[in-house]
Design a protein around this ligand. Sequence first.
Ligand code: CMP
Length: 139
Amino acid sequence: MPIERTFAIIKPDAVAAGNAGQILAMIETAGFKILAMRKHQLSRAEAEGFYAVHKGKGFFAELVDFMTEGPVVLLALERENAIAKWREVMGATNPDKAEAGTVRKLYGTNIGRNASHGSDAPETAAFELSWFFRGSEMI
Ligand code: CMP
């Protein structure tokens, strides 16, 4: 399995609830190296650009409102098979459908307020990492 990078967000609901530390512990326990990490308040332009692929969908405005309601934690992660592994640790997008013990089952509320984000493919990971981090910051 190749060493791979992925991009993660601990979303505003999880940060506000004080769950960021527990989620970071899950990330490290799962064998990820944290290459870069930043607490950040997204602007609407940043959130709209980041989620541009969802523009036009019914939930887009709700998604942007939620992602800008409070600070998030942005992460660049690395390990073997990082993209699939982080998606496994997060669980299904809808916390109701997520496996027990996953981030979204433990800390998510519903499909919109679902505690965390992860890239879904190598091209998306490259785009998402570059949206928030310079290459020299990922160490
Ligand atoms: P995320 O992995 O960040 O990628 C896109 C996000 O859109 C997703 O998590 C959900 O939080 C959100 N989303 C997807 N589908 C819906 C939906 N039907 N209603 C509200 N939010 C959604």
